[in-house]
Design a protein. Sequence first.
Length: 215
Amino acid sequence: MFAHWRQALVLVNPETLLRWHRDAFRRLWTWRSKPKSPRSPRLSKDVIALIRRMALDNRLWGAERIHGELLKLGFSVATSTIQVYISRFRSTPTGQRWSTFLRNQAAAIWSCDLFEVRDLCFRAHYVFVVMHLETRRLLLAASTTEPTSDWLAQHLRNLTPPGEAPKFLVRDNDCKFSHCFDAVAQGRRHSHHPHAEDGAEGKCALRAGDRLGPP
């Protein structure tokens, strides 16, 4: 081994240490992002055209009905995939879009999200945040290593005393937002959006990132 403790010393610049840490995080998330199962092959143009025809000729048919009709014809297509194509092919119904709703009702909307962060030792922590959409004011930021539905529900319960609940509470489809969480949200208009591409949950997570700082 080493004859003297000084022989074991390795001098490293702080910038080098930070670069090693960033590279380790990059490898971690590259590994986490790999699909756990082989991806399904892309749909053929003929199947897409068939979905388009069914969606346009039968306005009352939803993704489940079209999924069943495709199975009768020998085509197995996921319901979620069919829903994506239905949204593309059918014109937006009269009324406001999701983004219009968020803009018009921003003063009465709270948006909540649960996301994962990693500490310096790569341990996972889960952060639950609630934000007022209009002001971007962060109402709550709580973290735990083992999130549960009861934990989320209790934080929402503490944040919404009687008479101070928002008119709308927006969340995504995370399985942690279970019936227990919804029960606490009962009495206010509760909306969940599977994609939220117009920014409610995205803005919530970004605002929390500003407060939490880089990993």
